[in-house]
Design a protein around this ligand. Sequence first.
Ligand code: ATP
Ligand code: FE
Ligand code: MG
Length: 331
Amino acid sequence: VTILGIETSCDETSAAVVVNGTEELSNVISSQIEIHRRYGGVVPEVASRRHIENILYVIDEALEKAGKALDDIDAIAVTRGPGLVGALLVGVSAAKAIAFAKNKPLIGVHHIAGHIYANQLITEVQPPYLSLIVSGGHTELVLVKADGQYEILGQTLDDAVGEAFDKVARTLELPYPGGPQIDKLAQQGSTSIDFPRAWLEEGSLNFSFSGLKSAVLNYLNQSKQKGITIAPADVAASFQAAVVDVLVGKTKLAMEHTGMNKLIVAGGVAANSGLRQALQETAKEQDWQLHIPPILYCTDNAAMIAAAAYPLYLKDDFADMSLNATAYLPL
Ligand code: ATP
Ligand code: FE
Ligand code: MG
């Protein structure tokens, strides 16, 4: 089963061709990071326009690289939400147009399901398993009971972890997107500053990062007032350590609660070297089967959307021409 995947939920225009949800033939990603960097974040209107300009070229290139024509494709899969509605609409409209013109089945995919299924492109993992989703808009612990069957065990009550990385990076005057910048800087710093860890109530699997973000801001402001020069690398390392402690601690708790021993990590922040290392160490100590996809599959791409669409294809879970883009969409 050959699926053409399309992803335009944020600032990456991407198209991919994937066979049976596991074998990637192509995965073309056109990033808009350079354009949005000057604004310090993604400008939704600008993102939509760039998607419109790029989408057909990106799809053509994905087909060409895969050595496939549209007639060879069995289904068109597209991210239907959550994300920026104007950005999503570009992908959804393109997918509907192709599906209609070529009379092919259309599959609407949840963006976070895509992040979870990204790992199938590397190693096939059979549910049930636990998934830690850490991205620009989500921080969730999800129990994947069966293909397409999810139970959210915990989630952030305020900022997503990627958002916290980006905001803290901005206060340190690092360029957008801040996550990778903090990661790099942290490697040269010490974790000497004691920033708070929000564990919430006993046993809670929810997250909160807004207090940590404020604590970093206060630290910077107070240092400035007192005329103390700060070491940005130490701030980055200490902030990252606080984030990683909580993410790993709650994941451990969720693994114990559910009795799982398989963990899949997903989303852009799964690229973080501190988090990867801490999870690898914990996995060894706890005897978990740990799956963290390579960085290319952690951030937004269309191959993960085609991978998540495959189990839906097998269930004949198709969308019709009323498929719409949805900004907020539960998993
Ligand atoms: P969502 O998937 O929730 O809709 P999104 O698509 O914007 O949000 P992703 O593309 O999955 O999010 O991830 C982008 C986020 O990952 C950004 O916040 C970015 O700063 C963060 N990120 C990327 N690399 C790293 C890293 N090495 N360390 C920390 N954060 C990182
Ligand atoms: Fe994403
Ligand atoms: Mg992105």
